[in-house]
Design a protein around this ligand. Structure first.
Ligand code: SAM
Length: 193
């Protein structure tokens, strides 16, 4: 059985809405992102695998707020349907929370197949996830963001290193090896006062 099939079937068996759930589970096992009671903002959350994992980790005392262009229904998870580039998205998030402990972003552009184009679009999404994190992330909070690998990743990482205590680029096992996607894990945000 291929790896893809393995995680696909495992997601079905465990009741996750996507095989992507296992990427976040593996990231969390390695980097300890979540704690009970945390408030989590999940950007690009649909169909909901990451939101399910985050909700399991933060428990009933925590909150998860998903944002996506596409609809999403996950038990116990709040949801905003919208574009993260739209002018009113920050206001819509503010209606729900003032600050969060963790921002996760698994956002991806529509794949064109042209590596440089897909990389550039993915970096725009990652930069926007960082902008939103700077508004909502508590001092000491964490951010996990997907990027497609390419030459702009180095500069992005350097920028993040100025504002987080620890920044690591990591590709979990559940991420298809042939895909250029990887994740930037940022711990302990150093909020400027
Ligand atoms: C790989 S999927 C996320 C899968 C999700 N993490 C899960 O576990 O089920 C990427 C998502 O990013 C969303 N997305 C892409 N661009 C977006 C944007 N500008 N604003 C909001 N969501 C966006 C897409 O609609 C898509 O649902």
């Amino acid at each position: 059985m291929k790896r893809k099939d393995y995680y696909y079937h495992l997601a079905k068996k465990k009741g996750y809405k996507s095989r992507a759930a296992f990427k976040l589970i593996q990231i969390n096992q390695r980097f300890y992102i979540f704690k009970k009671g945390f408030v989590v903002l999940d950007l690009g959350s649909s169909p909901g695998g990451w939101s399910q994992v985050a909700k399991e980790e933060v428990g009933d005392e925590g909150r998860v707020i998903g944002v996506d262009l596409n609809p999403m229904h996950v038990k116990g998870v709040e949801f905003i349907r919208g574009d993260i580039f739209s002018e009113d998205i920050v206001g819509k998030i503010k209606e729900k929370v003032d600050e969060v402990d963790v921002v996760i972003s698994d956002m991806a552009p529509k794949i064109s197949g042209v590596q440089s184009w897909d990389h550039a679009r993915s970096m725009e999404l990652a930069e926007r996830a960082f902008e939103i994190s700077r508004i909502f992330l508590k001092d000491g909070g964490h951010m996990v963001v997907k990027v497609f690998q390419g030459d702009m990743l180095h500069g992005f990482k350097k920028k993040l290193e100025k504002e987080f205590d620890l920044v690591k680029v990591h590709k979990p096992k559940a991420s298809t090896p042939s895909s250029s996607e990887t994740y930037v894990i940022c711990k302990r945000y150093k909020r400027q006062v």
